[in-house]
Design a protein around this ligand. Structure first.
Ligand SMILES: *Cc1c(COP(=O)(O)O)cnc(C)c1O
Length: 347
């Protein structure tokens, strides 16, 4: 059909990880939290349902922004809420990038950055990570048409993190704003929130999908300087967060004790998984997130993925053009990880 914009016809579209509905697969492929969310989230959503859903929600999710602002030490006017952090990334791209302009991101990383640039009709600068997962000078190279750079930190699929000093240096050197995608920051020893006050070009996105076990309700947010949030607000859908997700997300961040406990469990399982994978001969990167990136010197990542899947364990096989491939394994419960390791004992 010829009615579509030419770059929509030309693009492939984002391919999410497999989401088998129902079934008995052990799902270690899309970095969901294996534990159920805080019971306070369920209670809070239940109260909203009880009260009825006939009214529109608060368009700017004020209750969440007030609470998150206190927790993170920023103003409520420094927070923009979204329908998952993917919505935040969409809003930022739409607000900053015109057709024909350029967007920069590293590879291997979150593949949605390319999709968002392509929808916009922008050109992509894909900068390969160095073999030690650092970024070279190409990432900050000047370009007149560059409008936005994305940096997943911790990165997916590697789980590696650039230190905040390095991110600050990158942001200073870049000729455009830098979106630091901190989807996994709650599992990391460091984060870049403090940089927002120092540099208006730094925006930090977070999600409740991973650390708060709320991938099902879709809630994410951005932290930036107030005048940046003010402009971005004009671009979002009026009611981009619904009443259930606002209530659930607010209750979730209110229960920091739940977060502490769940994080503790996941970090302990992460250490054990990493150690065992290494004993089985995998090259395994030290992770600051809730997943582990690995390759085996004698077995292709693809064949391992297929074998595990046919045995009932789903992990993520990732392949990047001009770079290579590997397995990204989500840190599940101890039982799930034991099942995976049991299947790998043939190695
Ligand atoms: C999961 C993920 C997101 C998206 O999270 P949602 O809030 O569920 O949209 C963003 N960035 C990275 C790097 C992720 O892995």
């Amino acid at each position: 059909m010829s009615f579509f914009r030419s770059h929509i016809v030309a693009m492939t579209g984002y391919v999410p990880g497999e989401q088998p509905q129902g079934g008995k697969l052990i799902k270690l492929n899309t970095n969901e939290n294996p534990y159920p969310c805080s019971p306070k989230v369920r209670a809070s959503i239940g109260r909203v349902v009880q009260a009825g859903l006939q009214k529109y929600p608060d368009p700017s999710a004020t209750a969440f922004r007030m609470r998150a602002g206190e927790l993170l030490g920023v103003g409520a006017d420094q927070i923009l809420c979204g329908n998952g952090s993917d919505d935040i990334l969409t809003i930022v791209t739409r607000a900053l990038v015109d057709p024909g302009e350029h967007v920069r991101f590293a590879q291997p990383s979150y593949t949605l950055y390319r999709t968002l640039a392509e929808i916009q009709g922008a050109k992509c600068h894909v900068i390969n990570y160095n073999s030690d997962w650092s970024l070279g000078p190409d990432f900050t190279q000047h370009c007149d048409k560059l409008r936005l750079a994305f940096l997943a930190n911790p990165n997916s699929p590697s789980g590696t993190t650039l230190p905040p000093e390095e991110v600050a240096r990158i942001a200073d050197a870049l000729p455009c704003p830098l979106l630091v995608d901190e989807a996994y920051a709650d599992f990391s020893e460091t984060n870049c929130l403090e940089l927002v006050a120092q540099n208006e070009k730094i925006m930090v996105s977070r999600t409740l999908s991973k650390s708060y076990a709320l991938a099902g309700i879709r809630f994410g947010f951005l932290v930036a300087q107030p005048h940046v949030i003010h402009e971005l607000n004009k671009v979002k859908d009026s009611y981009n967060c619904d009443a259930l997700s606002i209530a659930g997300a607010t209750a979730a961040i209110d229960d920091q004790k739940w977060l502490e406990q769940t994080r503790g469990a996941i970090l302990a399982t992460r250490s054990r998984l990493t150690e065992r994978l290494r004993e089985l001969g995998f090259d395994c990167v030290d992770s600051q997130a809730n997943f582990v990136w690995c390759n085996h010197p004698e077995h292709s990542a693809k064949s391992l993925y297929q074998r595990l899947k046919s045995d009932g364990v789903l992990v993520r096989y990732m392949t990047y053009e001009g770079w290579g491939d590997g397995l990204r394994i989500t840190v599940g419960t101890d039982e799930q990880v034991d099942a995976l390791l049991g299947l790998l004992s043939f190695l």
